[in-house]
Design a protein around this ligand. Structure first.
Ligand code: NAD
Length: 319
């Protein structure tokens, strides 16, 4: 079982969880069930991943079979951009909870700090970035402050125990701290040796916000999308320095990449469906890197971001 981190909401969050992006509907229920069996307790989902119903089936099966109790799980989901308008937040959260077959999220995040015009779930779900499902981007005039107010109401109504933010940069974090009545419990960001964002991580940690690293393996998670930027980057697990540190500690390069984050107080949410890899990732907090390892990895920062809208669509569609 993974160690936990205490959130500013008072709840404990597992430091190693399981990411659900790109887990297809056909395998999601079994993937979640098997991950619970392997000892995972935190699941990182989202409306946009299009698999919440199936993930919920995996959770329900594990609970029914007595593998785990609901209160032992930590289920995370995210508010998609088309639901930022204040009156849309609660209804979509209730739909997402129904999909998961649960009555509260342990943590609910604003997925991206950008509001898009509402798309009725009856028209298309998940809605994605485009209003017409193809190419038209329509921004909503709702501010992040208004959306955060609606997120706070989810806590009041006990639909979410903790609320947080994702893909925010420093200025929007500062801004949120000014208007928040409930401070964000976590900030989820892309974080790996090629994109370290030390100022943002320090700012969040100094303000008592737990940082969750996503895409800990850098380009690897984006290869499945056929993204040219990811395909041309040197894979982190084959990087000479990471391999050298892994050999020294008799661990895998993946474990070094995860430990580099968790040892510095971040949470991680790697994704895999292979049983031996499931165990290896969960077991990545049981050794310590030396401070010289951390210093050398810090020098690998290239400020390369893989997860940004303009890497998925041509910029002229968005701006
Ligand atoms: P990741 O960094 O976890 O990499 C996944 C890839 O690495 C897969 O191809 C998997 O087979 C491989 N892998 C995993 N463990 C391995 C190991 N021990 N050895 C060798 N290969 C291994 O990928 P990701 O999906 O980009 O990120 C993880 C999670 O983060 C997502 O599933 C999602 O939950 C979350 N995420 C959030 C956002 C956001 O905007 N908030 C964006 C991206 C990802």
């Amino acid at each position: 079982m993974a160690p936990t981190l205490k959130l500013n909401s008072g709840y404990e969050m597992p430091q190693v969880g399981f990411g659900l992006w790109k887990v297809d509907q056909a395998t999601a229920a079994d993937t979640v069930y098997n991950a619970i069996k392997a000892g995972y307790r935190l699941f990182d989902g989202a409306c946009d991943y299009g698999n919440e119903k199936e993930c919920g089936e995996g959770v329900a099966r594990a609970i029914k079979e007595g593998l785990v109790k609901r209160e032992e799980l930590f289920i995370v989901s995210k508010l998609w951009q088309t639901f930022h308008d204040e009156d849309k937040v609660e209804p979509i959260t209730r739909k997402q909870l129904a999909d998961w077959q649960i009555d509260y999220f342990d943590l609910f995040l604003i997925h991206f700090p950008a509001a898009l015009e509402y798309v009725d779930p009856k028209v298309r779900y998940p809605p994605g970035w485009f209003y017409d499902g193809e190419s038209e981007v329509r921004w909503s005039k709702t501010t992040l402050q208004q959306t955060w107010g609606a997120m706070e109401k989810l806590v009041e109504k006990k639909l979410a125990r903790s609320i947080g933010i994702s893909n925010y940069q420093a200025q929007s974090v500062y801004d949120a701290l000014i208007y928040a009545k409930i401070r964000p419990a976590t900030l989820q960001i892309e974080h790996h040796p090629y994109l370290q964002q030390p100022d943002l991580v320090n700012l969040a940690q100094k303000e008592g916000i737990v940082v969750t690293a996503y895409s800990s393996f850098g380009p690897t998670g984006f290869m499945e999308l056929d993204m040219p930027r990811a395909k041309s980057a040197a894979p982190l697990m084959e990087h000479a320095l990471i391999k050298e540190i892994a050999a020294k500690h008799k661990k895998t390069p993946a474990q070094v990449l995860l430990r580099w984050a968790t040892q510095r107080g971040l949470a991680v949410i790697p994704k895999t469906s292979r049983p031996e890899v499931l165990a290896q990732n969960l077991d990545s907090t049981t050794f310590d890197l030396e401070s010289s390892d951390l210093e050398k990895i810090a020098e690998m920062d290239l400020n390369i971001r893989f997860n940004k809208p303009t890497n998925y669509f041509s910029a002229d569609k968005l701006f």
